[in-house]
Design a protein around this ligand. Structure first.
Ligand code: NAD
Length: 362
């Protein structure tokens, strides 16, 4: 099969890498504004051909993936028109779907367009951060247009499965409401929590100091690319406004219960929410990149961290991040170790338990 990529950054690069890994004989061509990703991708064999303009290289593609920012993808549609045939499935990976469906309908209504959104990502961007397992075990939303045939949808669904992701077919409107709730508004909340401590900190900046543990974890997504999130806010404004108003209503209800010292009411509410939260399926990647970490009791002696790092490295387990955390759950302090994937975390956990360490995993 022949695949075309417009934009070879984190998501485009990760899909291209996965195709190369799972379907080594396929032909992959890519266009990117900057040269570096194309050079890297040619060098490591991800793509067969890189181009600095949308040209003949895109003729005869089975799939063309639009993987630049959504507005940029839209601006390419007129140039792509002559390379779109009944044989080509046009798709994108954008985080908002309504706007691209409208644009395709205006610019290339005949295109066999199926919107796509792999629900996997990272706060990092660029081809250099792409990986051949980013979309593995992640939901991959498909939003078919009216011009897409059932055969097109089956072909794309089979591709998503072959790449190790989980296809999920929904309408563009439902997609934009759902992602506003599970991804877009949570990003706004993370940004606003960080803003809160930045603007209300003590003169000694104690809030910033103590934020090193759990606070940093829950606001990790506030390190996401500001330009991408500016665009998402503008492109999905109506849904974000609606979800945000539902959210602030609940937050203000909780504030009132605190003000009125309604302990029992708060307790019942937190209990219900906890039960619901605990029932959310684990093991599948969601819209917000997953962290594979564990906590390990730290014995307070010289070289304790080095010993753990050595044990893991002798087993060939790579550590993504490591740091000491101090909070009430771990009175003597614990080590938080982050890994690149779930298998590495499990392997590390088994290994450390064998060496007598106590492991805590969420
Ligand atoms: P990225 O910045 O890593 O990649 C974008 C790529 O597009 C870069 O290689 C950039 O050079 C290229 N590009 C930008 N403008 C261009 C232009 N005018 N001409 C040619 N190339 C151009 O971004 P990303 O995270 O891969 O995001 C790409 C798309 O994926 C966005 O539409 C985003 O909504 C969507 N998405 C992102 C995530 C995430 O977590 N990052 C998750 C799912 C979907």
């Amino acid at each position: 099969m022949k695949f075309g990529f417009i934009g070879l950054g984190l998501i485009g690069g990760s899909i291209a890498l996965t195709i190369r890994q799972k379907m080594p004989d396929s032909k992959i061509v890519a266009y990117n504004r900057s040269a570096a990703p194309l050079e890297q991708a040619l060098e490591n064999g991800t793509i067969d051909h890189g181009t600095h303009s949308i040209d003949e290289s895109f003729a005869g593609c089975d799939f063309i993936f639009l993987c630049a920012p959504v507005n940029t993808n839209i601006s390419f549609l007129p140039e792509l028109k002559k390379y779109l045939t009944d044989h080509t499935i046009l798709t994108d990976v954008g985080s908002v779907k309504g706007i691209i469906h409208d644009a395709v309908e205006r610019a290339v209504p005949f295109a066999h367009f199926i919107g796509g959104h792999p629900m996997a990502g990272s706060e990092k961007s660029g081809f250099a951060n792409s990986s051949d397992h980013l979309i593995e075990n992640a939901y991959y939303i498909l939003t078919p247009s009216n011009a897409a045939t059932e055969a097109d949808i089956e072909k794309y669904t089979a591709l998503v499965r072959d790449l190790g992701a989980i296809p999920l077919r929904i309408s563009p409107a439902d997609h934009d409401l759902i992602t506003a709730a599970v991804s877009h508004v949570p990003h706004l909340i993370a940004y606003s929590l960080v803003q809160l401590i930045k603007e209300t900190d003590t003169p000694e900046q104690y809030m910033k100091l103590i934020a090193a543990g759990g606070f940093k974890d829950i606001t990790r997504i506030a390190s996401s690319d500001p330009t991408m999130w500016e665009q998402i806010c503008l492109e999905n404004a109506e849904n974000i406004r609606y979800v945000l108003s539902e959210y602030t209503m609940r937050l203000s209800d909780m504030g009132e219960m605190v003000e009125n010292a309604e302990g029992q009411k708060l307790n019942k509410l937190f209990g219900d929410i906890k039960n619901y939260r605990d029932s959310i399926q684990d093991g599948v990647k969601g819209s917000i990149g997953k962290v594979y970490d564990l906590h390990c009791d730290l014995i307070d002696e010289t070289g304790a961290i080095a010993t753990i790092a050595t044990i893991l490295s002798t087993k060939g387990i790579s550590i993504k991040n490591i740091g000491i955390i101090h909070n009430r759950t771990y009175e003597q302090g614990a080590l938080r170790i982050e890994f690149y994937d779930n298998d590495s975390r499990q392997h590390a956990s088994d290994t450390l338990i064998k060496h007598g360490y106590t492991i805590y995993q969420n």
